[in-house]
Design a protein around this ligand. Sequence first.
Ligand code: WTA
Length: 646
Amino acid sequence: MSENVFPVPPQIAANALVDQAKYEEMYARSVSDPNGFWGEQAGRLDWIKPFTKVKHTSFDPHNVSIKWFEDGELNVSANCVDRHAAATPDKVAIIWEGDDPGDSKKITYAELKDEVSRFANVLKAHGVKKGDRVTLYLPMIPEAAYAMLACARIGAVHSIVFGGFSPDSLGARIEGCASAVVITADEGLRGGRKVPLKANVDAAVAKLPVVTSVLVVRRTGGAVAMTEGRDHYYDVEAAKVSTDCPPLAMNAEDPLFILFTSGSTGQPKGVLHTTGGYLVYASLTHQYVFDYHPGEIYWCTADVGWVTGHSYIVYGPLANGATTLMFEGIPTYPTASRFWDVVDKHQVNIFYTAPTAIRSLMGAGEALVQKTSRKSLRILGSVGEPINPEAWMWYHNVVGEGRCPIVDTWWQTETGGILITPLPGATALKPGSATRPFFGVQPAIVDAEGKILEGATEGNLVITDAWPGMMRTVFGDHERFVQTYFSAYKGMYFTGDGCRRDADGYYWITGRVDDVINVSGHRMGTAEVESALVAHPKVAEAAVVGYPHDLKGQGIYAYVTLMTGEEPTEVLRKELVAWVRKEIGPIASPDLIQFSPGLPKTRSGKIMRRILRKIAEDSFDSLGDTSTLADPTVVDDLIEHRQNRH
Ligand code: WTA
């Protein structure tokens, strides 16, 4: 790993919000006096009823309970929209850049207020009330932000499902939170190709009587089936309501959204975030991590279907009155210069993307970057997976021409906002390290027994005390919340990530230590892919592991045992890939499938995943002791027919 150190560039230090001394001082205060620190920081929001209590949290596994600002009242949409519409009505809130480079528009804060209020009135007209769940299955269009903020305005709880998920996955998520209303578009548009969103919704809700209204935003104008009484075009409904909708006073601990995410076992769980603490945290991190100055153009390339889109396209930036760019397309359409063309077109100052995108653009060559100016860029960011030092250096030298600090931000759906990260004016950078904890975040590294390790060390990453942005529960299953995050190491939040800390106290995330794999920055549970595979009539058994993949970070490697009499053919291999795409969605497509007559199991029948991971990595000379296997010869066959060879 690279130990190059990049000091804070002087032109950044000159007007950064915090320097190193201020970071140390603020951090020390945030952990020694969390009530004082967060009580003050919460003043960045408008409260309808001020809180009198700040932190009230417990990580005790017998009584996990997380409450912040618990007697305060506020409204998220009032904070993200109305107060800026009043102060700076003509300021651009959202720059929308369409899939087609000729298609873009700007939405001011005044316009945003009207659009959000109108959307909220449509939801009300369809019976949505405080506490009701609403599922969003939308492309990256401004209506996605309007719909999110409209829910927040009336106290409804949104659950966004990424547009790349299949009808089955969508249906499970609609059912998982019992949404009566689903918001979608006729079709999405990505890289010039149409995505049949409405048709997917039709397939998903066919067997779900819980869904009473489907609102369809017209994006492409393509012809779609409309079920009488259930389906309504959004524009038709919007024409019937006013743009006046007062925001509802919400308790700080009222739910804001649910986001389903993959874990190491079972089906995805509904991560629940609430109102006050989440917004304070999203807003504070957005301002400090990106050193956001008023007037700057900020662009996060994530999709609103993931947590990054929630916190750092919509809630954080808008709470700060920023101008946030929302991009409908993909990095390689019409050419692999698109990101840099958009940076020039809209004079983007802060650019936040994922390592997988950097690696793929790196492969397209420097000329495509160099033909653009990028002079407006000041800060670069990375999120979603560990960034390898080669990609970091390319991002830094080629994209940022050596002048822009890179904030490598580590966090999770569960954490609500960034936890470990550099601050541009405060932190010297080391390529591949997420560096230091944000204010109020107390990371620790533990060994397998949960003993806290000091100094330079490596182990499992835990967080020892609560922060305002963290999830509050798993929707409808608090016990699962406790089991998943607080039972491995008593009294601590377990992240599922491995981590190294160097002698300077810098954190280096080494990747998941559980059965979650990270494919192009998207989280996937191996159990989900396995259950999709075994649902195929020709499959008897399946085991799925991750393996290092040059572009995606990790690829999906599936070991499949067929039913007796089935032939392992290329045709069947393709059929299984297509099957998983249909069951879960394209992001779950196995990269490699190995047909194996048997899987390595202990005598008690447990699959030895460690061995499968090693073989998938093509590093099987250190397999360890295989003598305890029920049938040690299985391993030789697996090695002989391995699919990933260097
Ligand atoms: C990984 C995305 C290394 C990590 C915000 C985490 C990272 C999982 C980084 C959460 C980073 C995210 N460096 N690893 N900067 N950021 N991860 O829930 O394994 O989609 O646990 O949230 O992504 O993924 P999620």
